[in-house]
Design a protein around this ligand. Sequence first.
Ligand code: AGP
Length: 612
Amino acid sequence: MCGIVGYVGPRQAAPLLLEGLEKLEYRGYDSAGLAVRDGGALPQIVKAKGRLKALVEKTNGGLAMAGTCGIGHTRWATHGEPSEGNAHPHASAGLEVVGVHNGIIENYQELKAKLEKSGYTFTSQTDTEVAVDLIDYYYKKYQEGPVGALGRAMTRLRGSYALAVLFAQHPEEIYVARKDSPLIVGVGEDETVIASDVPAILQYTRSVYYIGNLEIGRLKGGEAAFFNIDGEEIEKEVTQIEWDAQAAEKGGFEHFMMKEIHEQPRAVRDTLNAYIREGKIDFSEVGLTREEMAAIGQITVVACGSAYHVGMAAQYVIEDLARLPVRVELASEFRYRKPILGPGSLVIVVSQSGETADSLAALREAKEQGAPTLGIVNVVGSSIAREADKVLYTLAGPEIAVATTKAYSTQLIACYLLAVELGRARGLVDDGEYARLLAELEALPGKMEKILEDKERIQWFASKFSNARDVFFIGRGIDYACSLEGSLKMKEISYIHSEAYAAGELKHGTISLIEDGVLVVGVLTQEELFGKTLSNLVEVKSRGAYLMGLTAYGHYSIEDTVDFAVYIPRTDQRFATSLAVIPLQLMGYYLSVARGLDVDKPRNLAKSVTVE
Ligand code: AGP
């Protein structure tokens, strides 16, 4: 997820573009850049690695860049790590075409190879540079002008994109095109602005055009014309924005956490699309070959917090599909335990930020012992990503809320893909099973959306327990791993004490804590364990517990036992955590809101724990 802006009108563009990028920094902040042109002169391009302030300083607040037409970008790296060379804008040779992009071009390698055959050379590792050169290629080849070139390029680009493009032969004009990534156009008296999101527009105007998928825009000062992919002009209605800037940053949601809970289907889809190509898992960018996977004898997953809970779920899935022994270790323990890593060990470090001190130290300990390491990381170019031997990036985009949701969900996806591929490499997953599992994974985002449609029921239920003192989450197998995450969400944002317990373990002591009215949440997505966990719920009910049961559609008999049932769509039960966790995330969220707490910034917590 990145932020793009553009301005064309009577005023100097650069300072305005920087202001717009400041409003979009929550969409990405590892590097930034501007391209500004003064009349017919070619664009001046300035880029800087790091937070936006580096670019502000480099351009003296934009005053060093003359011109009234320009585009800008603040980056969240997906292809190519954060650097000045990978920062946008990207330009074709001779600055004929200069562009910025938000989204993910899934087939950029294939297009890059074709363009190289046509003599194009590349200076960055980004998919964006490929898109810009593709537009340049069609612009020169067919001489149909910017709209024609964009239209042709869009028929070849696969993935998501919001593009803003300057053409050397078309001064004082900005061209835009989009598919799936957000882009809006604001038109004022004699100036036109574009942005990825509302906050960067509001300072100019509340009259906006929303560009539809596969549509193109031609923008001049105070004017906007729109075209379909075939270059035919289309009429568009102006919309008035009602949101204030703060609400807009959160996409209209009250908190970043709720916005990010709702971004999970898209984040999961993006992560799946990054590694599933033509019906096969493709780890070529990870550098993990089938042969290497077949040689693995033991896996140790090391992480903290929610990332550790991902490891707990992954353990069941990998052991089930690949019949490989998996240990899951808290990084803060692993780093001091003088861990014994047997031959053929692979150490997987899971970390959203890639900067968690304990996880980074654990990675170094594993490398010290000569074990091969794989990072599952969300931040491109972060310490763990750079120091691990190989890295499997998740594509959750920037996660602002301290309580992780979409990053956790994409980490699960990364582990599922690994489990399936390991099973395949070890000859335990045949063609039919492979195809079925991939289909189940690709169906997850739609099922997640379905769960989110029913969130008001969770809100109603959570509001009944805003004064709870103790909440228990119980489950068996993968449901226990899911319970761990549900409990942490509850604790860290509502400050209600909570505990996750392996349901079969309750009777060994903890059940003595169950008394009248204590809420016990049972997670029952694993078919063969359903009856066992249900019996545990009956046990705690007989001691006065108030029961919520979370299970798949069809298990309606649960309503004979629990006081409140939540159902999730059926899926391959190895992947059930991805669905079951959503009602639990919502419960924690609604309880925190009901208690009037700071959901996005809970007390005593940091987004990335970079100290011991
Ligand atoms: C999760 O909601 C917490 N914010 C926390 O447990 C987090 O998962 C943990 O600190 C690990 O962070 P990382 O994934 O960035 O390494």
